[in-house]
Write a protein that binds this ligand. Sequence first.
Ligand SMILES: O=C(O)CC1=CCC(=O)O1
Length: 257
Amino acid sequence: MPPIDVHAVVEGPEGAPVVLLSNSLGATLEMWEPQVPALTERFRVVRYDTRGHGCSPAPQGDSTVDDLADDVLALLDRLRIGRAHVVGLSIGGMTGLRLAARNPERVDRLAVLCSSAHPGNPDAWRDRAATARTQGTGALAEAVVGRWFTPAFAEANPELVTRMRGTIAACDDEGYASCCAAVGALDLRDQLDAITAPTLVISGADDPALPPEHQEAIAAGIRGAALLTVAPAAHIANLEQPRHVTDALLAHLGGHR
Ligand SMILES: O=C(O)CC1=CCC(=O)O1
């Protein structure tokens, strides 16, 4: 499938090292808002909407994580960026892993949050894609957002939960289904040892979607990778533990505060 011209927002000082942020399935570039103020003090921050999400065009038919990585390369080329630190959560982390394994010359440091090299459950992903196509992502939103935050956090932050539920429901149905296919078919287990970028893997201790075992497997497969577990946190750990995650990213990318 040809690359898609994804929607991106670029902030931070021109000429500074670039950090590229890649969102979770069902979210948009807005999910990184808690990290942006600190990151833009030291970095040129490029956030984009994964295809079929937010303001990015949706593909027709199933995508692969290779397609998602191609979108990132096209974006970097469009912005004339040779190399970037890549930070991705969930499907964004899968995109970062594939990019770092396949195009190591384009990835400086890598941070992968709440992600997987082999999500498994292809039938469940096929079912989810079918629901998105036949009933719309609104039919999935309640169940999906229920895995994004711990119950205590969700109870204390009802407006955020409502906003994120709305973001899932606003996804393009075909685009979301297309990305479900990419997740369900993914198996990067034999590619992890090709990753040479210094890598930080962050796990949400209470993540019911991609639990800590997935992060442990990623970290075990990448030479020298560091593994950090944040708690309490479910799947969207950067929103539930913003300070902890921001500090860990700054320490890993070289922008300590
Ligand atoms: O939506 C979920 O259930 C969790 C998830 C898996 C891949 C991704 O990006 O989100």
